[in-house]
Design a protein around this ligand. Structure first.
Ligand code: RTP
Ligand code: MG
Length: 139
């Protein structure tokens, strides 16, 4: 995986609230190219594995319930400085603290139900992309 890529999910809250189109528009308008994308739903096992790093945190059970309750959009995005630029575009984990104009400020409901995921490092972007996509599904 090239280091100019990141991985994102449009989370179940944003899908339920009808924000897929608006969020994809923000992402492409910010200069990200979609190189892989699918509409899918995480199983409990998928969510527990994907968020394994948080398994000792008090919100882990809630996070797994939330992430499995409906479909998501998973995508791999390409842009120079993709990981950091995408984290800036989505804003702080807690939408109350997210900057104006960020995706979480616009579309997230709460710190738990915060509309989008963005990888936090190049290494995790590669791991998370491979979790959701085979080599043949990334263009
Ligand atoms: P993400 O991994 O989804 O892009 O979010 P993040 O880096 O901004 O935040 P992280 O610390 O990795 O937390 C992962 C997700 O867990 C949920 N969370 N809930 N109730 C809470 O206090 C709490 N804290 C975190 C959020 O869905 C967060 O995005
Ligand atoms: Mg994170």
């Amino acid at each position: 995986m090239a280091t100019n890529r990141t991985f994102t999910m449009i989370k179940p809250d944003a899908v339920e609230n009808g924000h897929i189109g608006a969020i994809l528009e923000k992402i492409t308008a910010a200069g990200f190219k979609i190189v892989a994308m699918k509409y899918t739903q995480l199983s409990r096992r998928d969510a527990e594995e994907f968020y394994a790093i948080h398994k000792e945190r008090p919100f882990f059970g809630e996070l797994v319930e939330f992430m499995t309750r409906g479909p998501i959009v998973a995508a791999v995005l390409e842009k120079e400085n993709a990981v950091d630029d995408f984290r800036a575009l989505i804003g702080a984990t807690n939408p109350a603290e997210a900057a104006e104009g960020t995706i979480r400020k616009l579309y997230a409901t709460s710190i738990g139900e915060n509309a989008v995921h963005g990888s936090d490092s190049d290494e995790n972007a590669a791991i998370e992309s491979a979790f959701h996509f085979s080599g043949r599904e990334i263009f």
